[in-house]
Design a protein around this ligand. Structure first.
Ligand SMILES: Nc1nc2c(ncn2[C@@H]2O[C@H](COP(=O)(O)OP(=O)(O)O)[C@@H](O)[C@H]2O)c(=O)[nH]1
Ligand SMILES: [Mg+2]
Length: 218
């Protein structure tokens, strides 16, 4: 019967029943929900650091995926370079509570990987744009992308030593953010701070998606 369908698609944006629930009627505990969050920002803004700080699995780093031989080939052959670009991202996972986990996908910072963004953002609930106030202009591309794709995002200002101490309002103005887009200070190295950013992101995305749904039916 249709309500007993077990979705075999394990993609991060889908909800599916756990195997233990087969043969029983469905309850809230049976639903495992995985939400996809994209982490973007300029090179060196702290994406890898943030994903590593909050992830409960050892994150996959692009640097690790490139072995010595791969790195050598990367410099000499086009085909091999393509093979390495597909893994040029960070991936991590965090369980919010039983039945709800977040999958974190870091965007590659380098411009030459921009073509991956649409695919990487497919099915994303929300995004985080990590900002370094010493070079806010590095965030423009990410902000533009998420605004164009209508993916709700928050700007997380990663506090580097010696970086200008702009107010949230000043950062929002400099990035020309839509009114209401959250600007959250953070320390990407700190797990609690990273989790706070994730919570703000999920809350904001929930509000945005609900408002859009209501607007579409009203
Ligand atoms: N002081 C300070 N350093 C940071 C912070 N976040 C990241 N870093 C450092 O900044 C450098 C770049 O961070 P990384 O996560 O690799 O940036 P990515 O290119 O966006 O992935 C690394 O050496 C980090 O250790 C932070 O909040 N404070
Ligand atoms: Mg990185």
């Amino acid at each position: 019967m249709p309500s007993e369908h077990v979705d075999s698609d394990e993609s991060p944006s889908t909800a599916h029943r756990t195997s233990g629930s087969v043969g029983r009627s469905m309850s809230v505990e049976d639903i495992a929900l995985t939400l996809k969050i994209v982490v973007a920002g300029g090179c060196g803004a702290g994406k890898t650091t943030l994903v590593g700080a909050v992830s409960e699995i050892r994150p996959l780093y692009s640097e690790e995926a490139l072995g010595e031989s791969g790195r050598h080939k990367d410099e000499t052959g086009d085909v091999e370079r393509r093979a390495t670009t597909t893994v040029a991202m960070d991936f991590g996972r965090i369980t919010v509570h039983s039945g709800l986990s977040l999958h974190l996908f870091g965007t590659p910072g380098q411009d030459r990987f921009r073509f991956l963004w649409d695919e990487l953002c497919e099915g994303a609930l929300a995004a985080i744009v990590l900002a370094d106030t010493r070079r806010l202009e590095d965030c423009f591309a990410a902000v533009d992308h998420f605004e164009r794709s209508r993916i709700p995002f928050v700007v997380a200002v990663n506090g580097f030593p010696g970086a200008p101490d702009h107010t949230e309002h000043e950062v929002a103005q400099a990035l020309d953010l839509d009114p209401g887009t959250p600007v959250v200070p953070c320390d990407a190295r700190d797990r609690a701070s990273g989790k706070e950013v994730l919570i703000r992101t999920v809350e904001y995305a929930g509000r945005m998606h609900t408002a859009r749904l209501l607007a579409s039916v009203g």
